[in-house]
Design a protein. Structure first.
Ligand code: NAD
Length: 291
């Protein structure tokens, strides 16, 4: 099966990034959201990212112009999925929302369409059970920022067919990504490790072990991580991080109980880069304010 039309549902942090790499790879891409504002912001994001890509020599001017021939936006999910070959769902990590999007897409998309989810934690078997086509449902897990992170983690549910996995793999490769195939288990490989490290850093911050800057610096320079766990949490979104931890706590047990300080930050609306304040403060352009 040849994939030509991709629909990305949810134009937030991840959806806009996925739509960007998809359109850049030459897929006819439609980004769908319930919010016009999110779609406008996503379009601006694509403009800024492609401009920076050209300046840094990552993409050519032609590629950047071509990208906008392939990128479309819509607020009408039912209509948009009618000619989709692959749908990538990137709505918030809430079961009810994902269930609703999968049910609607399953009902209105053609029979051959593959339904992929960018969930960080939720079981692909469960996601498949919300549809009439569990063989064509899998997790296609991208990383933030999508244009530069090289991995796509593909997670199979109980009934996911090998054909669906290999199509998703080919699409990811055309988007310039490497893939790993993972069997279903809560948190897959990456979310499980990342949640644990991020939570531990929050515990340390709460205990006064070191400042946020020094915790991040220690992990970057001492353990050779490209980013510290607290700055990564701000990039991912502390609400997303908390959701993941709650799910892993529920499914895998005590060691994933979210740090109280993380819960407090989320309650206070300190969600990270996207709200201008998380562990660190950010300017309107999303740059960290150095102390
Ligand atoms: N943030 C990360 O770094 C990251 C990394 C990997 C995976 N994920 C996963 O990706 C998914 C999306 O996360 P995010 O951080 O991009 O979320 P986000 O909150 O930034 O964006 C979600 C978007 O979905 C839209 N939305 C909500 N309900 C919708 C509906 N019914 N139909 C269409 N659009 C709808 C919202 O308006 C919003 O624009 C989650 O499952 C998350 O776990 C996130």
């Amino acid at each position: 099966m040849t994939i030509r039309n991709i629909v990305v549902v949810g134009a937030g942090v991840m959806g806009r990034g996925i739509a960007y790499v998809s359109a850049l790879a030459g897929f006819r891409t439609t980004l769908v959201d319930i919010s016009e504002k999110q779609l406008q912001d996503a379009y601006e994001y694509a403009k800024n990212t492609s401009e920076k890509g050209v300046q840094r020599g990552k993409i050519t001017v032609d590629e950047s112009l071509n990208l906008f021939n392939h990128l479309h936006t819509s607020i009408n999910l039912e209509q948009t999925v009618k000619d989709a070959d692959l749908i990538i769902e990137a709505v918030p990590e809430k079961r009810e929302l994902k269930k609703n999007v999968l049910e609607v897409t399953d009902q209105h998309a053609p029979k051959h369409t593959i339904l992929a989810s960018n969930t960080s934690t939720i079981s692909p078997t469960e996601l498949g059970s919300y549809t009439t086509r569990p063989k064509q449902v899998a997790v296609m897990h991208f990383f933030n920022p999508v244009y530069s992170m090289r991995l796509v983690e593909i997670v199979k549910g109980l009934e996911t067919s090998q054909e669906a996995v290999s199509i998703i793999q080919q699409v990811a490769e055309k988007m310039g990504k490497e893939t790993v195939e993972v069997n279903e288990f809560p948190g897959f490989v990456t979310s499980r490790i990342s949640a644990l490290v991020g939570n531990e850093a929050f515990h340390m911050l709460q205990e006064g072990v070191a400042t946020a800057e020094d915790i991040d610096k220690a992990i970057r320079l001492g353990l050779n991580y490209p980013m510290g766990p607290l700055e990564l949490g701000d990039l991912v979104g502390l609400d997303a991080r908390l959701n993941n931890l709650k799910y892993l706590h529920e499914t895998l047990g005590e060691k994933y109980r979210p740090a109280p300080l993380l819960e407090q930050y989320v309650k206070a609306g300190r969600l990270g880069r996207k709200t201008g304040k998380g562990v660190y403060d950010y300017t309107d352009k999303g740059e960290m304010v150095k102390k």
